[in-house]
Design a protein around this ligand. Structure first.
Ligand code: GDP
Length: 537
């Protein structure tokens, strides 16, 4: 497909926060996230030709050497933000990496969205990664819209697909549309609520371009066109479906208890309009944000926001880092001074960036739900809160106990300073966690997925001219340790110095050799809490 360099059509004009929708797409690799993203952007006029999302990814990858790793592995490590406007609604679509080794990044991105679209392959159903990401959404009560993709191919029976979602995820499902045949019998999609038959003016199963209002399933526009066996099945599905599943309940959806299900084919443009119109109409609009002491409401006058992601190397010409800030409240104006709460410092946000599908541009105004990029040289890190002066921390951004631990091996001991700086920087970006053992000087790094280690090696080589390797350690997980009584904690740490390390914020962790040991030590030390996650503040 050709790439047309289009002017970004979207302008985040003065649309109030209530009409802003910030969401992400979650899926197992290959279910169709990229294709759906692209089609949503096309429908919002944010890009003008299919193929651009992938092409943009390739251009970006080509720009920077360390991203070779992405290319080699065929995965996207970076996430980004795509903003577009349609029918008076501003959509902020936050991209997430597909590979599970980068799931920490995805978890944090999910802290910055108000809703998620879960894409499922009609033939494969719910796969491992979808389930994992779904659990994160559930923890945060994020409303989920389900998109059963690839109905232009042979897939499972629609009722079976609905039952699987309901049972596997323990969620009420409500079908919003039905496929009209699948695979070689595919004719389109039936919107049973609005009585619309969405089909192609071309051959059977061709790309969606026609909406036919019908009087019902006995309308001759359907019966005369669609195979009888397909009509029979559709009629049965609609009848059974309306008895077996509850009606759409907006409240239940917003609370994360019910998922509306759309059947579609991202490749052939079915289901895109339905999903986007649904989000526009039913929301949610930006939610309130949990913080220390209170919740921050989007309607508050004062500006606040938090960093959910830090990305280096967006522009290799400048060794800058961009902190992605989700605004929680107030109307942000360019040039504003905001308080960096952790550092207790004012920072002037003179060159905030807005992200469009095609390019970045300077933001003048932003509203709750929007994401702005703040270029910086390392002052801002994941979890930081920005306010107009209030000492408040946004909560709910966890660091996860690493599942892979390695000791860092440095080839050239003269470069210990660069290595440490590099690792500290990458830890601030949230790519790795670093642990400094109480005994010994070699740092231990922790990650959730091993591919993160490859990225660390490559980036230290490229950006810090430092060659490192990793050695196995006897530990395989870490837990943050806490106790109500400081003295008890101190005694415990002293008695266990061999297994204790400090994280980058000097918070103590206990390094364990096995899951069995976690249980054993926890049972023997009832006054100590061993935590799998830690709030980043
Ligand atoms: P991602 O890994 O989830 O981003 O998936 P992609 O969007 O890259 O899609 C994976 C593959 O499935 C690609 O070859 C797509 O062309 C194909 N695909 C995506 N959506 C559809 C669809 O609706 N129908 C069919 N037949 N193929 C699709």
């Amino acid at each position: 497909m050709s790439v047309i360099d289009a002017e970004p059509v979207a302008k985040a004009s003065a649309i109030p926060y209530e009409n802003r929708r910030t969401f992400a797409i979650i899926s197992h690799p290959d279910a169709g996230k990229t294709t759906l993203t692209e089609k949503l952007l096309l429908s919002g006029g944010a890009i003008r030709a299919a193929g651009q999302v992938r092409a943009r990814g390739e251009r970006r990858r080509a720009r920077s050497d360390w991203m070779k790793i992405e290319q080699e592995r065929g995965i996207s490590v970076s996430s980004s933000v795509m903003t577009f406007e349609r029918d008076g609604i501003v959509f902020n679509l936050l991209d997430t990496p597909g590979h599970e080794d980068f799931s920490e990044d995805t978890y944090r991105t999910l802290t910055a969205v108000d809703a998620a679209i879960m894409v499922i392959d009609a033939a494969k159903g719910i796969e491992a990664q979808t389930r994992k990401l779904f659990e994160v959404c559930r923890l945060r009560d994020i409303p989920i819209i389900t998109f059963v993709n690839k109905i232009d191919r042979e897939g499972r029976h629609p009722l079976e697909a609905l039952d699987e979602i309901q049972e596997a995820l323990a969620l009420d499902v409500t079908p919003m549309t039905w496929p009209v045949g699948m695979g070689s019998d595919f004719f389109g999609v039936y919107d049973w609520k609005n009585k619309l038959f969405r089909t192609s003016s071309g051959d059977r199963g061709g790309p969606f371009d026609t909406v036919k209002p019908v009087t019902g399933l006995d309308d001759e526009q359907l019966t005369g066109v669609v195979f009888d066996r397909v009509m029979e099945e559709l009629t049965e599905n609609v009848e059974l479906g309306s008895e077996a599943y509850p009606e759409f309940d907006r409240e239940a959806f917003l609370e994360g208890h019910m998922t509306p299900v759309f059947f579609g084919s991202a490749l052939r443009d079915y289901g895109i309009d339905e999903v986007i119109s649904f989000i526009a109409r039913h929301g949610p609009s930006p939610h309130s944000q949990p913080a220390t002491g209170r919740r921050i409401l989007p309607g508050e006058d004062k500006v606040s926001g938090f960093v959910f992601k830090v990305q280096a190397n967006m522009d290799p010409k400048h060794r800058d880092r961009i902190a992605f800030v989700r605004l929680c409240s107030g109307t942000f104006k360019r040039g504003m001074k905001l308080k960096h709460v952790r550092a207790s410092k004012q920072i002037a946000v003179t060159a905030p960036i807005f992200f469009f599908a095609e390019e970045r541009e300077i933001a003048e105004t932003a509203y709750p739900g929007d994401v702005i990029g703040i270029p910086n040289h390392g002052q801002l890190r994941v979890g930081d809160t920005l306010t107009e002066g209030e000492d408040i921390h946004v909560t709910g951004l966890p660091a996860f106990a690493p599942e892979v631990l390695r000791r860092v091996r440095l080839s050239d001991t003269m470069r210990v300073k660069q290595m440490r700086q590099g690792l500290e920087d990458l830890a601030e970006e949230g790519l790795v966690q670093i642990f400094k053992p109480a005994i010994g000087s070699n740092w231990i790094v922790g990650v959730v997925g091993v591919l993160q280690l490859d990225v660390v090696v490559e980036r230290l080589r490229q950006e810090y001219s430092t060659e490192i390797g990793f050695d196995a350690v006897q530990y395989n997980t870490a837990r943050w340790v806490e106790a109500d009584d400081d003295l008890v904690l101190k005694k415990f740490l002293e008695a266990n110095r061999v297994n204790v390390a400090n994280d980058r914020d000097d918070k103590p962790v206990f390094l364990f050799k096995s899951a069995w040991e976690v249980n054993y030590i926890s049972e023997k030390n009832p006054d100590i809490r061993f935590r799998e996650t830690r709030e980043i503040v």
